[in-house]
Design a protein around this ligand. Structure first.
Ligand code: 5GP
Length: 120
């Protein structure tokens, strides 16, 4: 069963412009902004604009255009940040065991230095 989406979550507020963020990229389907508590020299969060709780919810319910747009946005940000050649890491925490704190799908993008075994 799909978890109901709680539109009071912090990323919903960011999408509505109710709280500020340091945006690095935005298009029709996605928004990317700096994490407020960075765990690497570059730590960006990429979120779909649609109301999806998690990777699970998004992969089950989102349209092909939303999925393609989101995946392309993640790739675009990594290239735009100059991370392709040195490399980078993507991470999506899902649910309680995944340690997901904000119930709006987000992919963490880490880079800017050699990374340890785990982050976030
Ligand atoms: P999660 O544990 O849900 O995968 O990660 C949530 C991330 O959101 C954390 O890395 C945390 O630092 C970040 N975060 C929480 N609140 C805010 C906020 O208000 N603004 C920004 N930019 N990041 C936030």
């Amino acid at each position: 069963a799909t978890q109901p989406y709680d539109d009071t979550n912090i990323f919903a507020k960011i999408l509505r412009g109710e709280i500020p963020n340091k945006t690095v990229y935005e298009d029709e389907h996605a928004l990317a902004f700096h994490d407020i508590d960075p765990k690497a020299p570059i730590h960006i969060l990429v979120i779909p604009k649609g109301a999806y709780v998690s990777w699970d919810d998004f992969s089950a319910r989102a349209s092909e255009a939303e999925i393609a747009g989101f995946v392309r946005a993640v790739g675009h940000v990594a290239r735009d940040q100059g991370l392709v050649e040195p490399g980078y890491r993507l991470l999506a925490n899902v649910g309680a065991h995944g340690g997901q704190e904000v119930p709006h799908l987000h992919v963490h993008l880490f880079g800017g230095a050699p990374l340890g075994p785990m982050l976030a």
